[in-house]
Design a protein around this ligand. Structure first.
Ligand code: AMP
Length: 572
């Protein structure tokens, strides 16, 4: 296939910002692409000859590329620099220079997609002595046989900056449309392979059947299954037919481990390759995963060297800076706790129910000096047992529990109600209502959120803590609006410190009970108490309480400190 076809499509894509038009261009391009070229075309369309999860770069910098442009076009470096200053885009520079070049019409050979793809892909492999010159030669050879518009996109591809505004997400619909397939099926194939070039090729070759044949494979990260949030234990038991598996929810980094003989690869939730960042995990993983080939899913947690206890998530992230890997792996050792298996030797596990996957996981993981383990789990059906397990997990310093539907398959890339997060509800607060904002949409005509405050013991003043806009039933919205309309005033009461502009204010009398997930210090919205609540939810009106009975700012500070201690609290 001529590279010119691709370059012309790129040119059109660059010129239009319209989603629909862009899609049309991609659909047309894919329709013209023979199946054997499909992988290359899709990858080049996304800007690199590698799928996104491969952490490779061409390694060619602007200066080298400028030299290649000068060499291919026959213009001097200073002319390249001058045009570069004018346009700010080396792609545009090379287009103009190649167009001016006298022998521009004499092509030694037609530039093909295959040639551009292969040559760009070779670039990182050129290393050692003289590699800079060899890279320049390779690129200038490509440019010499390119038409001006082709040269523009070759240069941008080498730079890793295609600027045509095509993100991966767009390809689902374009592939489906071009090949007459159900977009959902295209997406599902992508969730398993994380690579639209593989998906497009399979679809072009075998249609829907081709997509179905695509499965998980070692070396290709699978989009991880995600969890929904549950309100409480009742909701979980109801959604999961009275019984579920409950696992400890660890606070670390989600890691998918791929084992292929001696090769261990680690992928993050966003399918980035983290293998080189945790070299200390490779030997224990090799040792403890029994199958030759396997894909397992788990959470990486950091261990405090002094105490041997798990550290908060931020500590794990500190190891991300590559230059300190060696020191970090000594200072902050990590371990991985596994909770799922997607492939074990030849057996694909993703379509098996949870309970079978768990059994397989336990079978294939052998302990490796405590560096690799299987997450603690209990199958429970009684509310008080779940609550006990939750309490004990939180006491040890974990975030909460994850409830998993015993019959659910591994739903790659999906956030559904078959995995449910259960976090401990924080102690409820009683707060005084000091203002409100009108609701919008479905809540038009009602107050949609209320501003709530705590009592500052030292000054006797009321200070705001949260803007609470959820937890209300339709009936609550109606009765509360009716009630508060009667007592609304135009200005805040003199005893209230409030920096938030409200639609109406109230004298500090009525009290709400609210729950929340976390207390925040210096939240986004400026609260005069200096604290804020994450995910506040209205529970009920407390007519039995008055403004002097409400939670104090000092108590909130204590709760905050307790919460922080609990967060960093570790296994004892
Ligand atoms: P969240 O990030 O709050 O949506 O919670 C989901 C995340 O919890 C997953 O992506 C994992 O990184 C993490 N996690 C911790 N323990 C488990 C577990 N036992 N099962 C699944 N995910 C877990």
């Amino acid at each position: 296939m001529r590279y010119g076809i691709l370059a012309e499509a790129f040119e059109k894509l660059e010129k239009t910002a319209s989603y629909l038009e862009k899609n049309l261009v991609i659909v047309e391009l894919l329709k013209r692409t023979p199946s054997e070229e499909m992988e290359r075309v899709v990858l080049l369309l996304l800007g690199r000859p590698w799928p996104a999860y491969v952490s490779k770069e061409t390694g060619v910098g602007m200066q080298q590329l400028k030299k290649a442009v000068a060499k291919a076009s026959g213009y001097s470096s200073s002319e390249v620099d001058k045009l570069m200053r004018e346009t700010g885009d080396l792609g545009e520079v090379v287009r103009q220079l190649m167009a001016k070049k006298r022998q521009a019409t004499l092509f030694a050979e037609e530039l093909t997609v295959e040639r551009v793809f292969d040559k760009v892909k070779q670039l990182p492999e050129i290393t050692g002595e003289g590699s800079v010159d060899r890279k320049i030669d390779l690129i200038s050879e490509l440019l010499t046989s390119a038409r001006p518009v082709e040269a523009k996109f070759v240069v941008r591809t080498v730079l890793g900056d295609l600027r045509i505004g095509v993100a991966e997400g767009r390809l689902r619909d374009a592939i489906a449309k071009a090949l007459n397939l159900d977009p959902e099926k295209v997406e599902h194939a992508y969730m398993l392979t994380t690579d639209y070039s593989v998906v497009a090729k399979a679809a072009a070759e075998g249609g829907e059947k081709g997509l179905k044949r695509l499965g998980v494979s070692v070396g290709h990260p699978v989009n991880p299954m995600l969890a929904q949030r549950a309100e409480d234990v009742d909701e979980i038991l109801e959604r999961m037919n009275g019984k579920a598996a409950f696992e400890i929810k660890l606070d670390g980094i989600r890691i998918q481990v791929h084992k292929d003989g001696d090769l261990i690869q680690l992928f993050t939730r966003r399918m980035e390759d983290y293998s080189s960042m945790f070299p200390d995990l490779t030997p224990p993983l090799k040792k403890s995963l029994k199958p030759r080939r396997a894909i397992v899913d788990g959470e990486l947690v950091a261990i405090d060297k002094r105490t041997g206890k798990p550290m908060p998530f931020q500590e794990v992230l500190k190891r991300r800076r590559k230059y300190e890997i060696k020191e970090a792996s000594e200072q902050i050792p990590v371990e991985i706790q596994l909770f799922d298996v997607l492939l074990a030797d030849k057996r694909t596990m993703i379509d098996e129910p949870y309970i079978k996957r768990r059994a397989m996981l336990e079978k294939i993981v052998a302990g490796a000096e405590g560096k690799v383990g299987v997450v603690e789990q209990r199958v429970l059906s009684k509310k008080d047992e779940v609550q006990k397990f939750l309490n004990s997990a939180v006491k040890i310093g974990h975030e909460g529990l994850l409830a998993k539907d015993l019959n659910s398959s591994y739903r790659a890339g999906k956030r559904e109600f078959v995995w449910l997060k259960l976090k401990p509800a924080m102690e409820a607060l009683d707060l005084v209502v000091v203002g409100a904002l009108y609701g919008r949409g479905r809540r038009a005509g009602y107050y949609g959120s209320y501003i709530l405050g705590a009592l500052d013991e030292d000054t006797g003043r009321f200070k705001t803590v949260t803007k609470c806009g959820s937890g209300y039933t339709d009936e609550d919205l109606e009765t509360l609006t009716k009630l508060f309309k009667e007592i609304q005033v135009k200005k805040p009461h003199p005893d209230v410190d409030i920096d938030i502009e409200c639609d109406v204010y109230f004298d500090p009398n009525a009290v709400f009970e609210v729950v929340y997930e976390e207390i925040q210090e210096s939240p986004e919205l400026k609260h005069t108490s200096t604290f804020g609540l994450r995910f506040p939810r209205f529970v009920k009106l407390r007519p039995d309480k008055g403004p002097t009975d409400v939670t104090t700012v000092q108590e909130i500070r204590e709760l905050f400190e307790l919460q922080e201690k609990r967060k960093s609290k570790t296994r004892t």
